[in-house]
Write a protein that binds this ligand. Sequence first.
Ligand code: ATP
Length: 612
Amino acid sequence: MRRIRWNAPLVVSLAGLGLIVVLGIVAPFLLEEEATALSGAARAHVSAGHWLGTDVLGRDVLARTLVATRLTLEMTLAATAIAAVAGILLGTGVWVSGRRVRELGLRLIDVMISYPALILALVIATVLGTGPVASVLAIGLGGAPAFARLTANMAASVAQRDFVTQARLMGVPPYRVLVRHLLPNISGPLLVLLSVAFANVLVALSGLSFLGVGVQAPDYDWGALLNSGLQSLYTNPAEAIGPAVAITVTGVLAGFVGDGLAAALDPRGGRAKAAAVRPTAVATPSHRAPADALVTVDGLAVVLPDGTRLVDDVSFHVMPGEVVGLVGESGSGKSLTAMSVARLLPEGLSAHAAELTLDDLDLAGPEADPKRLATEIGIVFQDPSSSFNPALRMSGQLTETLRVHQGVRGADADRRAVEALEQVRITEPARVMKQYPHELSGGMRQRAMIAAALLPGPRLIVADEPTTALDVTVQAEVLDVLKDINHRRGTSVLLISHDIGVVGTVCHRAVVMYAGRVVEELSAADLRAGRARHPYTRALLAASPRLRDSGSGERAPLATIPGRPPAPAGRPRGCGFTDRCPVAIDVVCATERPRLIDDVACHAVRQEVQAG
Ligand SMILES: Nc1ncnc2c1ncn2[C@@H]1O[C@H](COP(=O)(O)OP(=O)(O)OP(=O)(O)O)[C@@H](O)[C@H]1O
């Protein structure tokens, strides 16, 4: 419950159900007499005295409908509880039992689920006989397989996680594993199923009473009233309307609670949308980007709600037709910087910058045109297996931006998608268009991702570690495709990579990041020639099998960088690299933040320049 994000449908439907519950509690006290009093006028029509008319014995239908609320809700709650408890126990029980019991339990659930719940309930009701207790038991047990299946499926993924295995190895008793580890991790979807099951149980119980198997006279629930009302449907339809409306409204409200809960528990739903970058109050740019730069980032900061700066004062630019690499170890802030440019920051983070523009498009402004964003910036993500929807064919996914933002449809869109696939060197593009993502290899998927990013004709491609999930030979092919696109179409590329070798070979210029800041900017030619100045860039080069021998021509052993980058909250006041730096100057490096002067932010380099 602690992670629920309240939304309007959830609040309204819960309030509606609450009102019905209150009605169910008070109506028998207030209206019992009226509901049983014989007025003498059988099947009377709607009148001021009887808003829904009277039944076959002359009793007020509205009063009876309201009084029946309590029994109906009690039975529905009881049957839902039986279904949930029996189903959850069975579904989780199989995962805390031994292998044989588990196999047997899972097969049993399979068999039970293959029978429609109502048929199962009717069979049970026939065995148990008529009456409210029998129908509650029947509907409850009939609904249990749905809970058992959901619980078993979800518990399967949790039960194999390391913390559950560890708990079992430590001898934690099964019921504690169940209560502490399994149930809390599957509670969200179970809550949703619970509200949907409530609606189904209500309809099923009313159905049994309607068929005469459920509640027996003189007791009555909405189903029994519906049965009686149906007999006078042509003479006094209002008699059936009361219970019918009650069942429908309550069922729909319970369904809305389920929908509302699903939305409220969905981590991607509700307000979970990409955070926009806000302009900072700083009006004077600190970074002198050329006037004709395509992308200008000046003084970008990405901040956690507690004020921790994950990315701090980052400035760089990308020229038209230029490939710029953002390089640094894991956690240096590359992705957050790139995602700020694409306005795709994860929820909860806020960003601000003195300037963040793509040509004349203000990426920091609140109303950056979504159409321009979608068509002028193409994004290639790291993992090609999760970039496409596995349930849809490639054609629909590749042409989506064209259809949505450029109004290009049908054969035209398909033709352009085929051309884009050809450009990324996919053979038989027409066949690939008809395939599903899982039918393509990882390298093909990543090239298709690049084709999708290319299709609307973007001016910038942001490629976030596009080859990390691929094996080495395929990596080279994908990087080649990116280089080729830049060469042939002049598309600028912002390439994020932790591999300085990749950046040195593919990019024109590298922006080296460490601990959320830019520490050096240099051309790829300088990188390849080993002309890096910042000790961190030099350490990255020494650790790169591709570039370590460049410049000197010697075969130095592959180096590692000792220590680890500081966590965002524990970064020192001065230079973040101080603790790992071989040339750190006492006190000053730890306490004074080095500014980026002549493309390098390092006190030691500055001192060297001044001395010599
Ligand atoms: N949504 C988030 N909430 C909290 N911290 C985050 C979030 N996203 C990233 N971070 C933290 O911000 C820092 C920078 O993250 P970022 O993903 O930009 O690094 P990166 O250089 O791209 O690393 P990697 O190559 O591992 O993706 C890291 O310390 C990371 O743990």
